[in-house]
Write a protein that binds this ligand. Structure first.
Ligand SMILES: [Fe+2]
Length: 525
């Protein structure tokens, strides 16, 4: 008896309504409340974690996005196909995979044996239902130097603060790869299928069922599905996939059961992302990973949430972030406070020093450049928000030293979280301008949000004027970043929507920067 059959029978016998349910499972249909048959691929498809010969393809069987109970608690056998053409005339791989209720009927297939640097099309079938077709690709062979990589970078898509028009534009841009840097979901908001006019802080997610329902709600969006259907994604998480401003095992409420909540949230993240992971020990799910784009780019995808030291000097009686001055918060500059954890730091150092890539891209969640809220004239000055890298200055210094000693070529940091565009220089000491004594070690591009709001632009302009490393900042517009990476340079376009509340909003370039091979720092293009 194969595993799928065993799961099927075991689950069916528990339910005791075998006849009705096997009939549903055999056809892939579930009856909806009106007695009709619902479409099982309501959340679309996705792909990601590309290798030269493999890519993960994903879907989830869910007949009613707002009612998981409409899908029978059975393991479905979902068929899949991968082809070289959109019409599926040249199928190169196919098979069947189990969609088990224990993993929310999610399907992750690692399709192997593919050719490098190729586009493919994939789809799933259940009964007579056929999923939307997704387009995906493999990465170039390890030995090659590709001419170009077109990369879309996005983050922060709170359902309540606008439409996903930016995702429609990402799909239209036809990138080779999408990097999503966190806050794919936010943990609160009514479970509804329309983006509302205003936000209501209700229905906070705590349980596995809550988080699954949240992903289902978000993934119904046609524009988000289109961005997934256009290209493979690489992903990391930030705080809102679990809870605002959490770090390691501590949340804002100092909830003693937080680790249970985190495990549920991490499991739901795995269930809804095209990740190549073994689904076990969700309380400590390791998501930091590396991806090579031939010899052109190496992506070091980081997790700066799970292993960080507790946030420094939280408000009295609480966890979470604060804005603090080094004088009154000694913990801020404590040399022992890490951001990535020792194991990930060592993994990163090794990945940098062994990297054959022209561009070493640190794809991670939070702003790395120093962004003081007060002028910094001498050591100890300034006021810093503790949730980003500004809350972990010793860890940031250590990372800068690692970039320096690894001699990795062209370190480029990509970040999200702060709902603002920033173009930055990263010098070893961020409080002083770059100089021969204070070498410029990396470039940083921080993307704005898909929807989530930020501070007024006037305040951001004050930050730009107070912080040496920040060369440009824009916080009043939503959108995404489009990077073109070539052996000789990387260009970044900061793209902004006219109106995030208008699903049909056009998008335009707010600014563009270029980084030349061998010369850290963004140059206005
Ligand atoms: Fe966010």
């Amino acid at each position: 008896m194969d595993d799928q059959r065993r799961i099927f029978l075991a689950t069916a016998s528990r339910l005791g309504a075998l006849a009705a349910l096997t009939s549903a499972s055999a056809t892939g249909r579930a009856q909806n409340r009106d007695g009709g048959h619902a479409y099982p691929f309501s959340l679309g498809v996705a792909s990601g974690s590309p290798l030269p010969d493999a890519v993960i393809i994903w879907t989830r069987i869910l007949h009613d996005p707002l009612n998981a109970a409409a899908t029978p608690r059975l393991a479905f056998s979902v068929r899949w196909e991968m082809a070289e053409d959109e019409q599926f005339r040249r199928i190169v791989a196919k098979g069947a995979a189990s969609a088990a209720p224990e993993l929310a009927h999610s399907v992750h297939v690692d399709v192997t044996g593919l050719r490098p640097d190729r586009w493919y099309w994939y789809r799933f079938m259940l009964g007579d239902a056929v999923s939307p077709v997704g387009r995906t690709r493999t990465v170039p062979a390890a030995s090659g130097m590709p001419k170009q990589l077109k990369l879309a970078v996005a983050s922060c898509q709170h359902w309540e603060f606008g439409t996903y028009a930016a995702h429609r534009h990402i799909a239209a841009a036809a990138p080779d790869l999408v990097a999503f840097l966190g806050d794919y979901i936010y943990e609160w908001g009514p479970y509804q299928l329309r983006h509302p006019k205003s936000a209501v802080r209700a229905s906070e997610s705590f349980t596995l069922a809550d988080y699954r329902a949240r992903y289902a709600q978000y993934k119904t969006d046609a524009n988000l599905q289109a961005a997934h259907h256009a290209a493979p994604w690489i992903v990391t998480w930030d705080d809102h996939e679990v809870a605002n401003d959490y770090g390691n095992e501590q949340d804002e409420r100092l909830d003693p059961r937080f680790l249970q909540r985190r495990a549920a949230a991490y499991q739901a993240f795995y269930e809804h992302m095209p990740l190549r992971l073994t689904p076990r020990d969700f309380a400590h799910l390791r998501i930091y990973q590396r991806y090579d784009w031939g010899k052109l780019a190496r992506f070091h995808v980081l997790d700066d949430r799970q292993y960080r030291a507790d946030l420094a000097c939280p408000p009295p009686g609480r966890g979470g972030s604060n804005s603090v001055q080094p004088r009154t918060c000694p913990a801020l500059t404590d040399l022992g406070r890490g951001m990535l954890g020792r194991e990930q730091e060592q993994w990163l150092a090794q990945g940098l020093s062994s990297s054959p890539a022209r561009w070493n891209i640190l794809a991670q969640q939070t702003l790395m450049a120093q962004n003081s809220q007060l002028p910094v004239v001498k050591e100890g000055d300034g006021r810093f928000w503790t949730d980003g890298w500004d809350g972990y200055p010793a860890a940031r210094r250590k990372l800068m030293d690692t970039l320096h000693t690894s001699r990795a070529s062209n370190p480029l940091v990509l970040s999200g979280d702060v709902h603002s565009f920033f173009a930055c220089e990263l010098a070893r000491n961020p409080s002083r301008p770059a100089s021969p004594d204070n070498p410029l070690l990396a470039t940083e591009f921080c993307g704005t949000s898909i929807t989530s709001p930020s501070r007024p632009q006037t305040r951001t302009e004050q930050y730009v004027s107070m912080n040496h490393g920040i060369k440009y900042g824009r916080s009043d517009k939503r959108g995404y970043m489009l990077l073109t990476i070539t052996p000789s340079d990387t260009s970044a376009h900061f793209l902004v929507l006219d109106n995030v509340h208008d699903d049909a909003s056009p998008i335009a370039r707010a600014a563009a920067f270029v980084v030349r091979d061998g010369r850290a720092g963004p140059v206005r293009a």
